[in-house]
Design a protein around this ligand. Structure first.
Ligand code: ADP
Ligand code: MG
Length: 341
């Protein structure tokens, strides 16, 4: 580069800043689904309906029956770094909600056509906000929120080119819903694609029931209950028996305080627990839920929050490892016991 080619330092326009930031949060339709589900759950939804068209590229709509958004806050919700979930650094240290960065809606609005329809609890009117024009108009709906996202990546053709077939994108979207469903059995979920109901998991009373519905009856039948409480860490869930291991690691779900994560400490702990009973590349099945004091885990490591950092990784590693080892060693309820005599 020569001095004459160099451009002066300038602050980027707002829209471009949002589009750049969106690249970190939204990789594909499933990323949008994940963010909108986080929001619905944070709003206390008990029933969530996801509607998709063309693998989510044409349309992603997530409807909830949560708290809703007051009319005067609808426009603010689309601004960058605007959130109702934290107000201080101290809140961030102890954050219990899925969201807190105030980035998702702004990011999605920068790269798609977004509209929000919401009726706040106690209000008798619902309003729809058009993300492009900023226009607000009254609409009819019950308490809760629907976020509609159309024509994802219409303005960023480079991203659009990376999308796979509708069927593949749909599968990723469904997997995103499944991950949330496994975290929150008490919430009902349904997924529609191109007008057809493709998945439905009714509000369940137990985690086992949800695992059976959203994964399979075999998952529950071929796994043992995990329960370990000690110190600041609690590990519950189900771990597959060695015979249930598969060649693919597609039935491995780890949650930290209700958030689906991928973490080296956790996967290493699982591998060590199975080390004596599994051979080769066999992958155990599991759905494990770690509850830990939020102050002992940093969830603000990655924009999508799929990575976390533990203050004391060793403590967590041991807790997970022992939880699984104990569960695998315990006699299984329902196993045949030789009758006396
Ligand atoms: P964050 O979730 O990190 O706060 P978002 O951009 O995802 O950021 O959402 C911005 C704000 O909009 C949220 O803090 C919340 O107050 C509001 N909001 C978004 N989706 C919903 C929803 N489904 N129900 C109620 N409020 C919502
Ligand atoms: Mg959010």
């Amino acid at each position: 580069i020569t001095p004459s080619e160099r451009r002066p330092i300038r602050e980027l326009p707002d829209e471009l800043i949002s589009q750049i930031a969106a690249g970190e949060v939204v990789e594909r339709p499933a990323s949008v689904v994940r963010e909108l589900l986080d929001n619905a759950l944070d709003a206390g939804a008990s029933q969530i309906t996801v509607r998709l068209a063309s693998g989510g590229v044409r349309l992603i709509s997530v409807e909830d029956d949560g708290l809703g958004i007051p009319r005067e806050e609808l426009t603010v919700a689309l601004r960058r770094h605007a959130t109702s979930k934290i107000a201080s650094l101290n809140d961030l240290e102890t954050v219990g909600t899925m969201g807190f960065r105030g980035e998702a809606l702004a990011a999605i609005n920068a790269i798609a056509e977004l509209s929000i329809l919401s009726r706040f609890t106690g209000s008798d009117t619902a309003f729809a906000l058009d993300g492009r024009t900023g226009e607000l108009r009254p609409v009819a709906r019950s308490t809760g929120t629907t976020v509609e996202v159309r024509e994802l990546f219409f303005a960023t053709p480079a991203r659009r080119k990376f999308l796979k077939t509708d069927a593949t994108e749909l599968a990723h979207c469904i997997e995103a819903v499944r991950r949330h469903a496994l975290a929150r059995p008490e919430v009902g979920f349904s997924v529609w694609h191109d007008g057809k109901l493709v998945e439905q998991w009714r509000a369940a009373t137990t985690r086992e029931q949800r695992l059976a519905d959203a994964l399979s009856d075999e998952f529950v039948a071929q796994s043992v209950a995990v329960y370990r409480e000690g110190g600041p860490v609690r590990v519950v869930g189900r771990a597959g028996i060695p015979d249930a291991a598969r060649s693919r690691g597609d039935q491995q779900f780890f949650y930290v305080n209700g958030r689906f994560v991928r973490d080296k400490v956790l996967s290493h702990a699982v591998r060590s627990a199975y080390e004596d009973v599994l051979h080769g590349q066999r992958q155990p099945i599991y759905a494990l839920y770690l509850e830990i004091d939020p102050a002992r885990v940093d969830v603000n490591v990655h924009p999508t929050k799929i990575e976390v950092r533990f203050r004391d990784g060793r403590e967590v590693h041991q807790a997970v490892r022992h939880a699984i080892e104990d569960a695998l060693a315990a006699p299984r309820a329902g196993d045949a016991v030789a009758p006396a005599g």
